[in-house]
Design a binder for this molecule. Structure first.
Ligand code: COI
Length: 354
């Protein structure tokens, strides 16, 4: 399918990299492609960034058929632009679409869209280390119909946002509230899908944690709040003694691209990684015994996010020395060096765009 390209006649002024933050600015163009039962995926196009025209009866606005992805385009020290494991995001998009009974774009439609959008927006890919052009593939049900069933029309689009290093110039740590009232996902639900609804349902817990002085929450299982699941919008890892432990992909956990990559890197460093159910009691016991060395989250936005403190009504658990632990630091540095092309891509994870 050839992609039609319509260039903007009014390019936006580009913000300074110090102003980026996360997701505040959008580039000049977007990629769009439509699906209907009769025509399949059709009319792929790059158009000026613009509001969507949606029927007020569109499925996404009523029954939440909305899923998304997030990945970054990095400009290496050699000037080349590369994506980090884009095919992993496609696999997850396909799995999320399947769970919400939506039609996902096929791999060529997805990859050609990323390739063409990033090439069109190459001037928007920042150069400063730690910054990137964040890509947000989005899939929504657009059919106007109020009966509850899967939509028969979809829009897939990708927008792009220049983003800064999550923690400014150097890695920082965050305080996390152990959440035992609200839940992120239930067994049999949509926790493993990157669905907008999961993020909507997480907001209240995050707001309440913030009021208590915490950056985010440690999610525990919906049934008994006894097993650890995720941290904020990220996957979570614990360094206990010399073993790294992370919740297994049981159906309530988002299969993070960084989660998978971190596990592979840790194993390549000959560290033992256990993917299994993680009782909160085990974590607190390890803390008591002085064996809980580090806790960190992993995700595309922050890459690696060290936790300095876990809190409950009863107690505050300081992690390690209360700052950035050596393993989190080593991982963060590894991905920085890889993404900006300062080290060889031995895993074959980077996809060169231009
Ligand atoms: C990430 O950590 O990359 C996420 O998925 C969070 C995103 C929704 C901003």
């Amino acid at each position: 399918m050839g992609i039609a390209i319509e260039r903007t006649s009014a390019p936006k002024p580009k913000p300074k990299s110090t102003e980026y933050g996360f997701g505040r600015f959008f580039s000049d163009h977007m990629y769009m492609v439509d699906y209907s039962a009769a025509d399949g995926w059709h009319s792929p196009r790059i158009v000026p960034y613009q509001p969507l025209t949606l029927d007020p009866g569109a499925a996404v606005l009523h029954y939440g058929q909305a899923i998304f992805e997030g990945l970054k385009a990095f400009r290496g020290v050699d000037g080349k632009i590369r994506l980090f494991r884009p095919e992993m995001n496609w696999k997850r998009l396909t799995a999320s679409a399947d769970r919400l009974c939506m039609k996902a774009p096929d791999l060529p439609t997805y990859m050609e869209g990323l390739q063409q959008l990033v090439t069109t927006e190459r001037e928007w890919v920042p150069t400063k280390e730690g910054t990137a052009l964040y890509l947000r593939p989005t899939l929504i049900g657009t059919e106007a119909f109020l009966g509850v069933r899967p939509a028969e029309k979809y829009l897939y689009y990708v927008i792009a946002s220049p983003v800064g290093a999550y923690y400014g110039d150097s890695l920082d740590s965050v305080k996390i509230w152990i959440e035992r009232e609200y839940s992120r996902a239930a067994p049999g639900g949509i926790g493993a899908a990157k669905a907008g609804g999961n993020y909507a349902s997480s907001l209240k817990a995050a707001l309440e944690a913030k009021k208590r002085g915490y950056a985010q929450v440690l999610w525990t299982d919906a049934g008994q709040h006894k097993f650890v699941e995720e941290v904020g919008t990220m996957n979570v890892f614990f360094l206990i003694g010399d073993r790294v432990i992370t919740p297994a992909l049981s159906g309530t956990i988002l299969p993070g691209v960084m989660r998978d990559s971190v596990i592979e890197v840790l194993r390549s460093w000959n560290l033992q990684v256990e993917e299994r159910s993680v009782p909160l009691a085990e974590i607190l016991e390890a803390h008591k015994n002085g064996e809980l060395k580090e806790v960190f989250g992993t995700g595309t936005a922050a890459q690696v996010s060290p936790v300095s403190e876990l809190g409950t009504e009863e107690q505050v658990y300081k992690i390690g020395s209360g700052g950035v632990g050596p393993l989190s630091d080593r991982l963060y540095t590894y991905f920085m060096e890889l993404n900006y092309g300062r080290t060889k891509d031995t895993m074959g994870w980077l996809h060169e765009i231009c």
